[in-house]
Ligand binder design. Structure first.
Ligand SMILES: [Ca+2]
Length: 189
């Protein structure tokens, strides 16, 4: 018994002594491999379709307007190259999700230079690019999230403000016959 305890104690000491060494030997750093020009970018989203990898950026503002292009980049094996441009209005979030083996992107359009009460949009992958699928009225949309509960699909949007108040409803949408409808309002203050 004493021998086992001693052996165990020795193992712990050995582990404690070895651990810092292990961490040091695994030290890794991120290195700059590519620079991408953006306009007041607020959000990046990474996603894959099949064997291809993509990045999409939400461009919010270019010093004069919020009605500018957000951009999708595709990995070509060495770097990300521009793949598709999508006109947005003060975009602040892109959310990728898949449903029934289809791929979708939803954008939070925050402001179109004159109003916060504008449409945010869902885009669907058609096999070659993303095409507009559905528009959803939002109020200073700040963030989208996709989730499933009991095999049902939902989208929730964070509505930030409507121009006169920040005390407004955010909304959950439930998929219904391939379209999202308001499911329940939630109060976010
Ligand atoms: Ca999001």
């Amino acid at each position: 018994m004493k021998k086992i305890v001693t052996h165990l104690g020795l193992s712990i000491i050995l582990l404690l002594w070895l651990q810092p060494k292990i961490v040091r030997s695994n030290e890794q750093t991120f290195q700059d491999i590519q620079t991408i020009a953006t306009n007041g970018s607020t959000n990046w989203e990474f996603f894959t379709i099949g064997n291809n990898s993509y990045l999409i950026v939400a461009n919010q503002y270019n010093d004069s307007s919020r009605n500018i292009n957000s951009k999708i980049y595709k990995w070509n094996g060495a770097s990300f190259v521009e793949f598709q441009i999508i006109p947005t209005n003060g975009a602040v979030d892109w959310q990728f999700f898949t449903m029934d083996s289809n791929s979708y992107l939803v954008v939070a359009n925050n402001h179109n230079d004159s109003s916060l009460n504008i449409n945010s949009k869902i885009y669907k992958w058609n096999g070659a690019s993303f095409v507009e699928f559905q528009t959803i009225p939002t109020n200073g949309a700040a963030d989208w999230e996709y989730f499933t509960v009991d095999n049902n699909s939902y989208l929730v949007v964070a509505n930030q403000q409507n121009g006169s108040s920040y005390n407004i409803d955010s909304k959950i949408y439930k998929i219904y016959e391939l379209s999202f409808y308001t499911y329940m309002p939630v109060i976010i203050k």
